[in-house]
Design a protein. Structure first.
Length: 100
């Protein structure tokens, strides 16, 4: 069974157009995925910068100088004089010495 030349050419053209359409669709999808990936990378970069900024802010807020100043201002605390300091022994050290 032989197909006439015109039908064969039409069929070949249809297959070619279908394959070109598939390539175009695949390339479009790849470009969309690359755009999504780029967007996610930018978002990760922004979130990383924000996390670093928050970490720095935490360090500043937890710094001894700030905590002491806030304790003085808000709570009326002060640094004790030498005679006001009481040293307490660590109870776990006493237990370790007894168990030896």
């Amino acid at each position: 069974m032989r197909l006439p030349g015109t039908l064969m050419a039409t069929l070949a053209l249809a297959v070619l157009l279908a394959s070109l359409s598939m390539v175009t669709w695949r390339q479009t999808r790849a470009l969309e995925d690359l755009a999504d990936l780029d967007l996610l990378r930018r978002e990760i970069s922004l979130l990383t910068a924000e996390r670093n900024e928050l970490g720095n802010r935490i360090q500043v807020l937890e710094s001894r100088g700030r905590v002491v100043a806030e304790a003085r201002e808000r709570l009326g605390m002060r640094t004790p004089d030498a005679g006001e300091i009481v040293w307490l022994a660590d109870p776990s050290e006493d237990w370790q010495q007894v168990s030896r």
